[in-house]
Write a protein that binds this ligand. Structure first.
Ligand SMILES: [Zn+2]
Length: 158
């Protein structure tokens, strides 16, 4: 497969407009514009459960029966671990969040990885960072080949 051909004439596979700068969607060997990349990020963050046709691993539900681990704060209150990690992540730079997303993948937390990539896209990163997030999201391993039509429909409901 030919890697990015960022010619001036690249067309966004999602909205059909000219994509400049063009971001690359490896799974579909085509381009996305920055606006659509950000829209994808918003969808991923807001409604991941609607995107399971595109990213089947998003349906990996947290086990509802299993209690979320809790930790005790310095002041003695008990809070859920996920609340603490959310607070810690707020202070990370976008670059660090992208590293975190890549790390999630390394340790097999794919659902977390996909959602973290969504947050990176929402944060309107540099072209370089957006591309790293898209390389993960639209990798052949994680993205369904039938996902493109469906994703278009989600981004631009008729
Ligand atoms: Zn577009």
């Amino acid at each position: 497969m030919e890697p990015t051909t960022t010619s001036a004439k690249a067309t966004c596979l999602l909205c059909g407009a000219a994509a400049s700068p063009a971001l690359f969607l490896p799974r579909f060997a085509g381009s996305s514009c920055q606006g659509c990349a950000r829209r994808v990020g918003h969808l991923l963050v807001a409604e991941p459960s609607l995107l399971t046709d595109i990213w089947p691993l998003l349906s990996e539900e947290d086990d509802e029966l299993e209690a979320e681990p809790t930790v005790q704060r310095a002041d003695g209150t008990t809070v859920e671990l996920r609340q603490i990690t959310a607070e810690m992540k707020r202070d990370l730079s976008i670059d660090d969040r992208m590293k975190l997303a890549e790390m999630y993948g390394d340790i097999g937390l794919i659902r977390e990885q996909l959602e973290e990539c969504g947050r990176v896209l929402v944060a309107a990163p540099t072209v370089d960072l957006a591309q790293r997030a898209l390389d993960v999201l639209f990798s052949p391993e994680l993205c369904s080949p039938r996902g493109l039509e469906d994703l278009r429909g989600r981004l631009f409901p008729a």
